[in-house]
Design a protein around this ligand. Structure first.
Ligand code: MN
Length: 262
């Protein structure tokens, strides 16, 4: 089986960035989608569809529009690992894509057409699909722009005309925040970072910058509420509301100055 994440892994140092290195899809009824609002050198929205065990990804500079007459540029980027759908936090300075990331929307998606194979449709440069998110609903299309850029990675994200279409509402304006933490992208700090248990690269360069920052953050907090709670529970960030069990599962991460593996 081809390593669809080769490029993704080559672009990142998992000893430095808290971004996930892998992850296996859950066997749900429908594949998942996620849109991450990412304030890198420029703000953009990373639109990802689960397909072939990875997340097919597009960077959408202006984000989605519910106006069917608006075509939003979507630059296809490297496949991301499944666990990336749960990533929210800070990619440290000096790393690829450095900047803040929030989960702007997520849910499931359903292939509509053409044909009955979404992978083939993707290869042929056009697919339409239905989204079941918190902000994203109804039918959408991704259409590849032929022969415009040498890279050939330019697509358009277009809302189809259906009952959800609406030229008068800018969804990125009315609903700017994370559906996980309710923070906006510039309010996310390293202490809000969700980390996977990156077994494959564990120990390569522990602890990560993110966990060091998280430990510093904890060190400045008063110890009153620490006694009855596990270190794992504390490290998840007191300000964030609860998430789904998968996204929040308190897996032990690599040790920091204040924690030991148990
Ligand atoms: Mn991005």
């Amino acid at each position: 089986m081809p390593d669809r994440l080769k490029k993704y892994k080559e672009m990142r140092d998992f000893g430095e960035t808290p971004e996930p290195a892998g992850g296996k899809p859950k066997r749900g009824k429908l594949p998942l989608f996620v849109i991450q609002k990412h304030h890198a050198s420029r703000l953009h929205y990373d639109f990802r569809l689960e397909m072939e065990g990875v997340l097919k990804s597009w960077a959408v500079p202006k984000g989605p529009s519910y106006d069917p007459t608006v075509k939003r540029l979507a630059m296809m980027t490297e496949d991301h690992p499944y666990d990336y759908a749960s990533f929210e936090g800070v990619i440290p300075a000096g790393n690829y894509g450095a900047g803040n990331v929030i989960i702007w929307d997520n849910g499931t998606w359903e292939f509509i057409e053409p044909g009955d194979d979404p992978v083939k449709a993707l290869q042929q440069g056009k697919l339409t699909f239905r989204l079941y998110g918190k902000k994203m609903f109804g039918e959408w299309a991704l259409v590849k722009i032929k022969g415009r850029s040498p890279k050939g990675n330019e697509w358009l994200l277009i809302k189809h005309r259906d009952k959800y279409a609406n030229p008068n509402v800018d969804v990125t304006e009315v609903a700017p925040r994370s559906i996980i933490s309710n923070l906006d992208v510039d309010e996310i700090g390293a202490e809000n970072t969700w980390q996977s248990d990156r077994k494959a690269t564990y120990g390569r360069r522990a602890p990560t910058l993110a966990s060091r920052l998280a430990a510093e953050q904890q060190a400045t907090k008063k110890p009153a509420s620490r006694s009855s709670r596990s270190p794992g529970a504390r490290s998840r960030g007191a300000s964030a509301p609860s998430r789904s069990s998968r996204a929040r599962s308190p897996r032990p991460t690599r040790p920091t100055g204040r924690r030991r593996l148990r």
